[in-house]
Design a protein around this ligand. Structure first.
Ligand SMILES: [Zn+2]
Length: 479
């Protein structure tokens, strides 16, 4: 098999926040595709991490009564531990306060300066600290508030450095239309093209008054605008300016996974900056939607923010991974809740997959003395391969639906053929039936391995034992 490189990123998350079910969602999705690609023999690099610079974080640390670095250390660890708890295995966890990042960002900015695409000018604009970005009047509510933070942005008047984003209007439009920079889902591609067609304005790349940010290398009175520092993490992690060989191998990124709220930074500003320094833009940007919880927006004020750790403790990591990717089509907004998780847990996992595994192993023990034959290709191999292709295309919910059709087929086959009635009457048929079903279940485990690594391994181990015995329930029923 020819080995390709595959570089996939989840966002880096702000350390002023704790991991919640929304950030878990993106990171689980990236982990699933990374695992799939590793199985196919690709050399995979899966990156996530934490964004630790900026006024927002400095102020949150102050509020918590902590030194900003201590505050960042504590919260970065929370993210890292949560991902571990969810069975997410990134190849790298970058923190923007690391030296390797500061060094790479400095090189990047010097290169950007020498590209001739930056200039100094006076600027006056409305700045939302929550977003860490300038807002146009048209982006605010009729009351003049940031729609994401419900806060009035502050009027900032500064002399700043600017990047000539306006020069990239046509080239970005062409590359996005031609899918050279592929934006998914289609609705986001249209949104980005619509934004570009309104006309791109130059953007500030530095700030004079920001707290806790990297210095601009050629003007120490200015700090680097945090968003640009953060975007550059994708290059730092694979060795920009430090390990050119590794950087050349992995860059450009094959897929950036992002929330729909940060699509413009990733699909417009980021590719333009890369083009300015002579690097290739990312190949693909996939934006997911937002979760509501029981029909309501998830917010600290409403107190309905879901900590994925609580769900993992109750239902297990694999059930949470399955639930979020099965419940909502990736790319669309959707509703999640513990009640919905419970329904899926009992019906799909306990009654569907779990039941199939325990009754099949039970019958293999009882009727075949715990031994099965090796079967080259199961009756449902094509369906499982389809599911894996869908997974590779970020169509997680449809892939899982397909796998569950196979699970339902296997359970129905048992109900229909009634192996217990064949015993002693038609042992040859009984044996081939159970062997065929075991082969299908092995394929099911193969298809599920990227999604539910622990469960897939339990099934694989259960079916490859020398003497197969009735398995413990994979998912005990929950009332
Ligand atoms: Zn805002």
């Amino acid at each position: 098999m020819s080995q390709n490189k595959y570089y996939i990123t989840a966002p880096i998350y702000y350390v002023n926040d704790k991991p919640h079910i929304g950030s878990a969602y993106t990171t689980i999705a990236a982990d699933v595709v990374a695992r799939l690609r590793r199985f196919s023999g690709d050399e995979v690099y899966f990156l996530t991490g934490t964004a630790e610079h900026g006024t927002k974080i400095a102020e949150s640390a102050e509020k918590a009564g902590k030194e900003v670095r201590v505050f960042a250390d504590e919260n970065a660890a929370k993210f890292s531990l949560t991902w571990d708890h969810l069975g997410i295995a990134p190849d790298d966890f970058i923190r923007t306060t690391e030296d390797r990042h500061a060094q790479a960002v400095e090189k990047f900015f010097l290169k950007l300066k020498s590209s001739g695409k930056v200039y100094e000018a006076d600027y006056e604009g409305l700045y939302c600290i929550g977003c860490e970005s300038f807002k146009k009047e048209t982006e605010l509510t009729p009351e003049g508030l940031c729609p994401l933070h419900n806060k009035k942005p502050e009027l900032v008047k500064e002399r700043n450095w600017f990047f000539k984003l306006s020069e990239y209007q046509e080239i970005l439009k062409d590359k996005i239309e031609a899918d050279e920079i592929k934006i998914e889902p289609f609705v986001r591609k249209n949104e980005v093209l619509g934004f570009i067609n309104q006309g791109l304005e130059d953007i500030a790349i530095s700030r004079r008054t920001a707290k806790f940010a990297l210095p601009l290398p050629w003007d120490k009175e200015q700090t680097i605008y945090v968003w640009l520092d953060e975007l550059f993490n994708y290059c730092t992690a694979v060795g920009y300016g430090a390990d050119e060989e590794n950087f050349k191998k992995f860059w450009p990124a094959d897929a950036h996974l992002v929330g729909k709220d940060i699509i413009k930074f990733h699909a417009v500003i980021w590719p333009a900056l890369l083009l300015a320094i002579g690097e290739q833009p990312p190949k693909k940007i996939v934006a997911h939607g937002f979760f509501t919880v029981g029909g309501q927006k998830m917010s600290k004020t409403l107190g309905n923010v879901i900590d994925p750790n609580d769900w993992v403790d109750k239902y297990g990591a694999d059930a949470v991974r399955y639930f979020v990717l099965r419940e909502v089509p990736f790319g669309q907004d959707g509703d999640v809740s513990e009640d919905k998780l419970k329904v899926r847990y009992n019906s799909d996992l306990a009654n569907g997959l779990g039941n199939l595994f325990s009754r099949l192993t039970n019958m293999i023990e009882k009727y075949l003395g715990g031994e099965i034959a090796e079967i080259e290709k199961s009756a449902k191999r094509a369906e499982i391969e389809d599911a894996l292709t869908l997974t590779d295309n970020f169509k997680f919910n449809i892939a899982l639906e397909k796998i569950w059709e196979v699970i339902a087929w296997a359970n129905q086959t048992i109900d229909k053929e009634k192996p217990w009635e064949l015993a002693g009457k038609d042992d040859a048929k009984l044996k081939s039936l159970l062997n065929d079903l075991a082969a299908v279940l092995q394929d099911i485990a193969f298809g599920l391995a990227p999604y539910m690594p622990e469960t897939a391994e339990k099934i694989r181990a259960g079916l490859s034992a020398e003497k197969i015995t009735k398995a413990e329930p994979l998912f005990p029923h929950i009332e």
